[in-house]
Design a protein around this ligand. Structure first.
Ligand SMILES: O=P(O)(O)O[C@H]1[C@H](OP(=O)(O)O)[C@@H](OP(=O)(O)O)[C@H](O)[C@@H](O)[C@H]1OP(=O)(O)O
Length: 440
């Protein structure tokens, strides 16, 4: 029996990079630990405002992917000429098509954990229920909002198995643990109503670089190795990419995948991770200006709390919470100029090994971007004085800098930066008759 997949000899960790299919706990291993936001609460300040967007937690894949993988593995099982390793010979589907797209228990726990940590910054906000919740209508997002609310109120009974959503929301709001979840697709799925963006993301141009990279030499080298190991006369680069997606989804959902050993090296995982980054660079990121400019209405809404607090610094502390997708979070990060760098192309993998735009780090399952507004405590020694209100931005609970600024800034500096972005946007940019201008 071919012992290829025997994990006891495995040198491969289960915490490898998997782009937007990376479980949140794994993504935390790729963060810059000194910037952990809980280690960077400004001295003599207290959180007075939180405006935060959360991508849904770890979810099941589409039903078409689940079916595609079953067909692919069956094809390998019947066409391999070498002794098949046990993990392939004995492989059976672990994902029920009835759960396609839905949050799984890992995803629920991710959001519960986030809620408990964010609540620790100022429990009063949440114990007094001074927070709002808005979500995409997709079941995975509403379930994620419920998981977060369950984490805010551990005193209330909650249970993933009975409380998760199996269908997308059809009402304007959902109530859970006495909290209203407003369904707001205009903000959380802005990409659906931006006609010119829909045209772009459905055009072959949008996936040109990711397709070219899949067809290229890096993926071909992985394909040849797998074909040799299994004695496969015929397997395509695209099928290798699909096999990789199966492995990363099994790892995110179940903690590991017996098929992981087919890819043998960290290098192979980094090569296939790049496919996800190329997809998102052009579909939601810097590759096309409208991708991120269309996130402006969401930014405007998230900044509302900050405007209110600047107008009335003595207002009671509160939070605005938003639940969306990777296609919500990545554009918002790009709109703020976060993780920008040299363009990503199919030919630049070797140059881009340490790229800033890396979905494993910035857009895993349960990815989040938070605006943290801190107010100086009364009676603080004037000699140690700082601004009355300071703002920090965190991505996945680690501080990031507004371009050109320190990671903690006077709220007026942050507000000026946000307002400039907001004022330059017009919803007319989404109209089809606009010339598709990259540099809008
Ligand atoms: O590769 P799949 O089909 O899973 O892509 C999904 C998106 O997942 P992602 O590429 O971001 O990992 C999914 O985003 P999510 O944040 O909701 O998981 C998106 O909603 C879905 O439409 C698929 O995107 P696609 O670009 O339409 O393939």
């Amino acid at each position: 029996m071919n012992s290829l997949c025997s994990s006891e000899h495995s040198s491969l960790s289960d915490e490898y990079p998997a782009g937007t299919k990376t479980a949140y706990a794994t993504s935390q291993k790729f963060q810059d630990s000194p910037l952990y936001l809980y280690k960077n609460v400004p001295k003599d300040y207290t959180l007075t405002g939180l405006s935060a967007l959360y991508r849904h937690g770890t979810r099941y894949p589409s039903s078409s992917k689940i079916q595609k993988w079953a067909t692919l593995i069956y094809s390998i099982q019947t066409n391999a000429t070498e002794d098949l390793p046990e993990c392939l010979e004995d492989w059976i589907p672990q994902m029920d098509v009835d759960l396609a797209w839905l949050l799984n228990d890992v995803g629920w726990a991710e959001l519960k954990g986030l809620a408990m940590r964010f609540k620790s910054l100022n429990p009063e906000i949440f114990n007094n229920r001074r927070y709002s919740v808005k979500s995409s209508f997709k079941a995975r997002c509403v379930s994620s909002a419920r998981g977060f609310i369950a984490g805010l109120h551990p005193e209330d009974h909650s249970d993933f198995s009975t409380d998760m959503d199996h269908v997308d929301a059809t009402e304007r709001s959902v109530t859970y643990l006495e909290t209203e979840i407003e369904i707001n697709n205009r903000l959380l799925r802005f990409f659906d109503s931006c006609r010119r963006h829909v045209d772009w993301e459905e055009s072959p141009r949008c996936e040109k670089e990711s397709r070219k990279f899949i067809a290229g030499g890096h993926v071909s080298s992985i394909r040849k190795e797998i074909a040799r190991m299994l004695g496969l006369k015929y397997i395509t680069n695209r099928q290798v990419a699909d096999l990789h997606q199966l492995v990363v989804f099994e790892t995110a959902l179940f903690g590991k995948s017996e098929l992981k050993e087919l890819f043998k090296t960290e290098d192979a995982f980094e090569i296939l991770e790049y496919v996800s980054d190329l997809k998102h660079y052009y579909k939601t990121g810097y590759g096309y200006a409208l991708n991120y400019r269309s996130a402006t209405p969401l930014l405007d809404d998230m900044v509302g709390l900050i405007r209110d607090m600047v107008k009335n610094p003595d207002a009671k502390p509160r939070a605005d919470l938003y639940f969306g997708h990777a296609e919500t979070a990545v554009p918002l990060m790009a709109l703020l100029g976060l993780f920008d760098g040299a363009p990503l192309t199919a030919d630049s993998f070797v140059l881009a090994r340490h790229r800033r735009f890396r979905c494993t780090k910035i857009a895993p399952f349960a990815a989040n971007i938070s605006f943290l507004l801190y107010k100086k405590n009364p009676g603080t020694d004037e000699d140690a004085a700082g601004p009355d209100l300071v703002l920090q931005i965190a991505v996945n609970e680690h501080l990031v800098n507004i371009p050109g600024q320190h990671h903690t800034v006077d709220v007026h500096v942050a507000l000026e930066y946000f307002e400039k972005k907001i004022k330059s946007w017009s919803q007319h940019e989404c109209e089809l008759n606009k010339t598709p201008n990259q540099e809008l």
